[in-house]
Write a protein that binds this ligand. Structure first.
Ligand code: PGA
Ligand code: ZN
Length: 421
């Protein structure tokens, strides 16, 4: 049983405060640290920040106090292996659907630490104790950030991530080697020959281009320089447009550089990328509440490319249900802190699998060296993971955790077959 819960404030990869929680049992303890987004969606569970002057208002002392004062009494005495029971009790204590009263960062902190404490108490690796059924899950296919724009970088590029998917790799270590070679080639193309280019929040390089086609061409060049083919079956491309963050809701226009385009033009543009590049996954190509636009895009390209909902779905079971019913996408990003508990995140993941959708477990742009999501992806056999670039220790902690799981587990590598459709 859980005997104690403690929480305190630590700093994340942007140097901003976040919540760390430790859960103790007689047989072992678990610690979890909550990540934070920058390009957050309106429909996410709500992260609680103190406001005021301290840390520019971004302190989390109130969330920490909520863990100690309100959530510890709920958790203590419960079996640490009853993740669902604990998570439901935590959410009940908060009492709001979006966990805004105590803060999703307080609730998820406890939920994640319970998962880790359960693994410790039962002396099992986390990817085993989190698994809904026995038997090893596969190591997920990574989509790896190479170029960054949007809210993650001081770039003129409004689009957030240009990523590669090593679809030709037969093992997870080979996928990382491929990504390393492409990233290094990109650094050579973008650097001045003496200094490495600057990196953004997720370790991607900040290109000196403003439009998507130039970024895709840079990516294609880097892939060729590294000795691979930019092709759907060798080194494929993915993009996180994060369109909500350059969409003006009043005028219903997307600000792409000097031009503001409407929904139809955005759809045309995405369709042209799908035709022109070896693009296998498109995330958030339209704003988070444009259900009709998403449906139109899905009709147009949904049979050829993975349409991945992040801000649209916000790891929310109700929004996923609506999206499955409407057929507006075929893949869902799974971010535990958008959901607020491990159980809710797992529910979204499993519902996606049952619907024939592809779940993609994802980090946030603000992270720590906590590697729980790597285990979660293997435990649930998610098939894909999105962590950022091959740089910055908060990213590598997760990539390296997967190398460790690859060494000790025999669930194989999900590979290109994990991609929707
Ligand atoms: P965020 O970015 O963590 O800043 O939201 C990640 C993403 O958009 O996928
Ligand atoms: Zn996203």
């Amino acid at each position: 049983d859980i005997v104690g819960v403690d929480a305190w404030e630590v700093l994340d990869s942007r140097g901003d405060p976040t919540v760390r929680v430790r859960v103790d049992t007689a047989d072992g303890s678990g610690t979890f640290t909550v990540p934070a987004g920058a390009s957050t969606g309106a429909h996410e569970a709500v992260e609680r920040r103190d406001g005021g002057d301290r840390y520019g208002g971004r302190g989390v002392r109130e969330a920490v106090a909520a863990v100690r004062d309100e959530l510890e009494p709920v958790a203590v005495g419960r079996p640490v292996t009853d993740q669902r029971g604990v998570d439901e009790a935590l959410a009940d204590r908060d009492g709001t659907a979006d966990l805004s009263r105590l803060g999703a960062n307080a609730v998820l902190g406890v939920s994640g630490a319970v998962a880790r404490a359960a693994a410790a108490a039962t002396d099992r690796p986390l990817y085993e104790s989190l698994a809904p059924s026995p038997g090893p899950g596969s190591i997920p296919l990574p989509m790896i950030n190479v170029l960054s724009g949007g809210l993650h970088a001081a770039a003129d590029l409004p689009i957030q991530d240009f990523l590669i998917v090593p679809t030709g790799a037969e093992t997870y270590p080979e996928a990382l080697e491929t990504a390393w070679a492409v990233r290094r080639a990109a650094a050579k193309r973008l650097g001045d020959g003496e200094h490495p280019p600057s990196v953004a929040d997720e370790g991607g390089f900040v290109p000196d281009v403003a439009d998507a086609d130039a970024a895709f061409e840079t990516l294609a060049g880097a892939v060729r320089d590294a000795g691979f083919e930019p092709a759907r079956d060798d080194v494929a491309f993915a993009v996180d447009v994060a369109a909500t963050h350059f969409h003006d809701p009043d005028r219903d226009r997307y600000a792409l550089g000097d031009t503001a385009v409407d929904r139809g033009a955005m759809i045309d543009r995405v369709a042209s990328w799908v035709g022109d590049y070896p693009l296998v996954s498109v995330e958030d190509p339209l704003a988070e509440d444009d259900w009709e636009g998403w449906a139109r895009l899905a009709d147009r390209v949904g049979d050829r490319v993975q349409l991945l909902g992040d801000d649209l779905l916000a790891t929310n079971p109700d929004r996923l249900e609506r999206a499955v019913d409407g057929g507006v996408a075929n893949a869902v990003l799974v971010k535990p802190n958008q959901a607020g508990t491990i159980t809710r995140a797992r529910r979204v993941l499993e519902r996606a699998q049952a619907a024939g959708w592809a779940p993609v477990v994802s980090a946030r742009s603000g992270e720590t060296c906590d590697s729980t999501i790597a285990d979660l992806a293997v435990a649930c056999d998610a098939g894909q993971i999105k962590i950022g670039s091959l740089a910055r220790s908060e990213r590598l902690a997760k990539y390296n955790r997967l190398l460790g799981i690859d060494r000790s587990s025999d669930g194989g590598f999900a590979g290109a077959a994990a991609l929707a459709p």
